[in-house]
Design a protein around this ligand. Structure first.
Ligand SMILES: CC(C)(COP(=O)(O)OP(=O)(O)OC[C@H]1O[C@@H](n2cnc3c(N)ncnc32)[C@H](O)[C@@H]1OP(=O)(O)O)[C@@H](O)C(=O)NCCC(=O)NCCS
Length: 176
């Protein structure tokens, strides 16, 4: 499906300036508070998210991770992370993290455009395969399966959203 927003483009960035950091922080906070499965349980404030973002940006500065930024109509509409392997035996694949489209812009084909940019960035890095995990109970695996990802396992109780609310973690991969 082509993006419903023709101007949408997702590209990998190596330098995150303060303006982009602010936009990433605002998006991550809004997505989390809308119930998105991106590392937090709502409610969260920018102060909760900022230290986690800043440690991610340190890994980006070290070249261990890449941020893929989706822009639509000139604004940040979503983003994702490619986390590269440090093991010489695993350098042909990476893990995708923090996939998110701003709640105001979901359901318009932008998630698909974002993942297309992630795949292009991964190919440019010479990667052959991508891995990611999703929280059980959200149905998000359907989004990735529509993009060619295949499930290969589930870890029971891996994610504790709250005492008594453990969720399985679903593992998926795609060959590029
Ligand atoms: C998951 C997410 C990135 C999808 O982005 P989006 O812009 O809403 O998705 P799109 O509009 O590009 O949808 C692409 C396709 O996936 C399908 N899809 C989207 N979300 C889905 C879901 N939760 N379950 C099943 N299918 C889904 C769409 O129906 C569409 O299918 P089609 O091409 O057959 O019409 C977005 O909903 C999001 O940011 N969610 C909150 C954060 C989150 O939980 N991220 C996942 C981390 S693992």
């Amino acid at each position: 499906m082509p993006s419903a927003v023709p101007s949408a483009v997702a590209t990998a960035v190596e330098d995150v300036d303060p303006q982009l950091r602010e936009a990433l922080l605002a998006c991550w906070t809004d997505v989390s508070n809308a119930g998105g499965a991106v590392g937090f349980v709502p409610p969260v404030s920018r102060d909760d998210v900022a230290p986690v973002l800043d440690s991610l940006l340190e890994r980006v500065a070290q070249g261990r991770e890449r941020v893929v930024v989706l822009r639509a109509d000139g604004e940040l509409a979503g983003w994702a992370v490619l986390s590269l392997s440090v093991s010489p035996l695993r350098r042909h694949w990476a893990t995708v993290l923090r996939v998110q489209v701003h709640p105001a812009r979901q359901g318009q084909g932008l998630g698909r455009a974002l993942m297309s940019g992630v795949h292009d960035a991964a190919r440019d890095l010479g990667l052959e395969m991508l891995h990611l995990t999703v929280r059980g109970g959200y149905g998000i695996e359907g989004f990735y399966q529509g993009l060619g990802y295949r499930e290969f396992g589930r870890m029971p109780g891996a994610i504790r959203l709250a005492p008594g609310d453990d969720r399985e973690e679903i593992h998926l991969y795609v060959e590029l």
